[in-house]
Design a protein. Structure first.
Length: 752
């Protein structure tokens, strides 16, 4: 080949067929026009014509990218072709010149002046040969170098395209793992997975190699991986320790300390290796990047502009695999080849399919954005809820998987639950949302949990059916919502007390939260019932939400129920909140199926969060102590369960940046403290007034019952301006309760 060096390597990394087609179109137009720089419009016409001709002849051709808004080249408008050509133009920027206005295109003058016509002719034939190779069936061998370079060069552009069924995403998930799996030194007990994210593009895509008896997920255990830097200028081959599980159990600070200790232990056990055991990797600035950086044991760095040849990359991977396996053997995890061989190709595909359709793993920095999308999803479907209600509902579920929505009939309580569930991918159609209407004749748990008939066969109740479905391994990553509609039509303690008690038994078992069994295995007689329902606990991905209307047809709640739930009130109604048609509403807001850890509690005991949030916990507890001293007068003070729940709520709020600290505490006092207060005694009024004083600023004076106090209480009517309050939501509710007590001689949180 007599081509200059700058032309010999231009097709080493092919981005679909567009580089070659662009070059043929440019050279044809230059030859016909006899110009050095030619019309960009003419090149576009040739580019599109070439693709349309191949398509018309039923020859292999790349599908149109999403930017051109067509599924066939015959339907593509010429005006959209520039979107297709921009990528190969950028990839060939070392030899092409395109003025800023993009009216013309040609070769860089300093290069073109060195070439004669024979060079251009040879370049034309070279391009035809490369295009023919591209359209030919792929060879049996492959290049790790090409795979890594393709991801690094195409990923930034691919992220601008739709995620679902994206060719580059499928290449990362399916093709690259298959390439690595075909290497002779990749044993059957090594699982290969590639990921560009779950439901949306990841900042740091990866390809992982996992020993099946060490780990089955990159969230835990030791594994090998290619980690791509956020700017796609480098990729690391790393020996890595799983991040997510340890962070969930210990918090970020303690997890990082554990990573460092673990890294030192593992490095001491490794044989001589090419992997670098000193220094740190640099993936970027995101939380993910910092997590990976903190948990890397050893690494080799490859730069986009200085990528070794394929032979070197294969040798490096071989050495890394041997290093990984030597560690596995040193901890006596002998490969079980018989067990590994049971996982055939079909099963591998099935696992990948679950991951493909799986849900989005949400990180702290993304929570607010997801909740904004949930809010937009609900609003676009014609429903409006007050400011912060969605955030409050989310934080309440995150704090504890049992929430009560209370208020007058027709305020949208059930609708909120259904739409929130839909917005995060849980619908009645996919079985992740279940509405269970409570009947007035429910007097024991059998209506929810189930019973044994006279033959000894267990007849599962609706709650048990959802729990059994949610407990399946393939469903543990998805949230399940159960709406107990009108739950106080029957006495809640009669049919629901067993479930409330079980929620108190939550504990960590490995990476999952479990409870004691709903149905002890010893109570089941048939083998089929034992297999399906025996020792079945309430899984961490099941969330219970009850709706209640407080009127003369319903029952009040005991403190056992109130202590275990956040109670959100729906009594403030603005009938003028009408659906609005706005231009931006024409852009449909889609649901975002989330990974169930989006809602799952990260802390079960206060000690789990204390190291990281000691100051916040102390401030919150001091405020609760003040409230508790007031409540002691009527024996309504709270215990450790409520203290912990309130602290968890404000911790999550601070982590996710949803509200001010005072706003979060305000909602917790109203939802966790005030529902416990009711009565007709003068002591109740005294407590309510003291709590109101606690909520207001020091300068506000509350009149006694003996004074002409109408003017003070009228300030709280809708449309008026109430006194300045540190905790306005609680203050408003306290005023309602005091006025009700003065007028009727009895008050309760539930009467408005």
């Amino acid at each position: 080949m007599t081509l200059p060096l700058e032309l010999q390597s231009i097709y080493n990394h092919k981005q679909k067929s567009y580089k070659m087609i662009l070059m043929l179109s440019l050279l044809d137009e230059m030859k016909e026009s006899n110009l050095h720089e030619v019309s960009m419009l003419k090149v576009r016409e040739r580019f599109l014509s070439y693709l349309q001709q191949r398509e018309a002849q039923s020859l292999r051709v790349d599908e149109p990218p999403s930017q051109v808004k067509a599924t066939r080249w015959a339907d593509v408008q010429l005006s959209r072709i520039q979107y297709v050509m921009n990528t190969p133009i950028k990839a060939l920027s070392s030899i092409l010149h395109v003025p800023s206005e993009q009216y013309t295109i040609g070769f860089k003058k300093d290069l073109y002046d060195q070439w004669d016509q024979s060079i251009l002719d040879e370049l034309y034939q070279f391009t035809l040969d490369e295009l023919e190779l591209y359209y030919a069936q792929p060879p049996s061998d492959f290049s790790i170098r090409d795979d890594l370079m393709r991801i690094m060069m195409e990923y930034p552009e691919a992220r601008r395209e739709p995620f679902k069924r994206n060719p580059l995403a499928q290449y990362m998930r399916n093709v690259i793992p298959e390439h690595i799996r075909s290497l002779q030194f990749i044993h059957s007990y090594l699982r290969i997975r590639g990921s560009v994210g779950q439901g949306g593009w990841a900042n740091i895509p990866w390809v992982a190699i996992m020993h099946r008896q060490i780990t089955d997920s990159t969230q835990r255990g030791l594994y090998l991986a290619y980690l791509f830097a956020e700017d796609m200028q480098s990729v690391y081959l790393v020996l890595q320790y799983g991040v997510t599980d340890m962070k969930n159990r210990l918090g970020t600070k303690k997890a990082y300390e554990q990573f460092e200790q673990k890294a030192q232990e593992i490095r001491a056990m490794l044989p001589p290796t090419r992997l670098n055991l000193e220094g740190t990797i640099d993936l970027g600035e995101s939380t993910y990047a910092k997590d990976y950086q903190a948990s890397t044991i050893a690494y080799t760095r490859y730069d986009l502009n200085d990528m070794p040849n394929n032979e070197q990359l294969v040798d490096d991977l071989w050495d890394a695999v041997e290093t990984y396996l030597s560690y596995v053997q040193s901890i006596d995890a002998t490969p079980n080849t018989e067990w590994a061989s049971q996982l055939n190709d079909e099963e591998e595909e099935e696992v990948d399919e679950v991951e493909e359709e799986s849900v989005v793993l949400i990180h702290d920095a993304e929570i607010k954005e997801v909740l904004d999308q949930v809010r937009d999803y609900i609003t676009q479907r014609g429903f409006y809820f007050p400011s912060h209600l969605i955030d409050n509902f989310y934080l309440s579920l995150k704090t504890r998987p049992f929430v009560i929505l209370a208020g007058i009939s027709g305020t949208g309580k059930t609708r909120l639950i259904r739409l929130f569930a839909e917005a995060v991918g849980a619908t009645a159609l996919n079985g992740q949302f279940r509405l269970i209407p409570v009947r007035p004749d429910w007097s024991d748990p059998t209506d929810l949990i189930g019973y044994k008939d006279l033959s000894g066969t267990f007849k599962p109740g609706p709650l048990t059916l959802v729990i059994a479905e949610a407990s399946q391994p393939e469903n543990r990553h998805k949230p399940y919502f159960i709406c107990l509609d009108e739950m106080n039509l029957a006495r809640v303690e009669h049919y629901f007390s067993d479930i409330l008690s079980l929620l108190e038994t939550q504990s960590w078992q490995g990476r999952h939260i479990v409870t004691d069994p709903v149905i002890p295995a010893a109570t089941l007689e048939l083998e089929s019932d034992l297999e399906r329902y025996g020792n079945l606990g309430i899984p961490e991905n099941v969330y219970l939400i009850g709706t209640v209307n407080m009127d003369e047809t319903t029952y009040p709640f005991s403190k056992k129920v109130l202590d275990r739930a956040n109670t959100l009130e729906f009594n403030t109604i603005d009938l003028m909140q009408l659906p609005k048609l706005r231009e931006e509403s024409q852009q449909i807001v889609e649901a975002v199926p989330v990974e169930q850890s989006f809602l799952r509690a990260d802390y079960l005991q206060l000690i789990d969060a204390y190291d990281h949030y000691a100051e916040l916990i102390t401030r919150t507890t001091e405020r609760l102590v003040t409230v508790n001293e007031i409540l002691e007068d009527i024996h309504a003070h709270v215990g450790f369960r409520i203290r912990d729940a309130v602290c968890f709520y404000v911790i999550y709020n601070e982590r996710f940046g949803l509200m001010r600290e005072e706003e979060a505490f305000d909602l917790q006092v109203m939802q966790k403290i005030l529902p416990r207060i009711q009565g007709s005694q003068s002591g109740v009024r005294r407590v309510l007034v003291k709590l109101l004083s606690f909520c207001l600023q020091d300068s506000v004076r509350i009149p006694s019952p003996m004074e002409d106090d109408d003017a003070f209480w009228r300030q709280w009517d809708r449309g008026n301006t109430p006194p300045q309050a540190n905790y306005p939501q609680t203050a408003h509710k306290l005023v309602d309760m005091i006025v009700r007590l003065d007028e009727d001689g009895f008050t309760s949180y539930w009467i408005s």
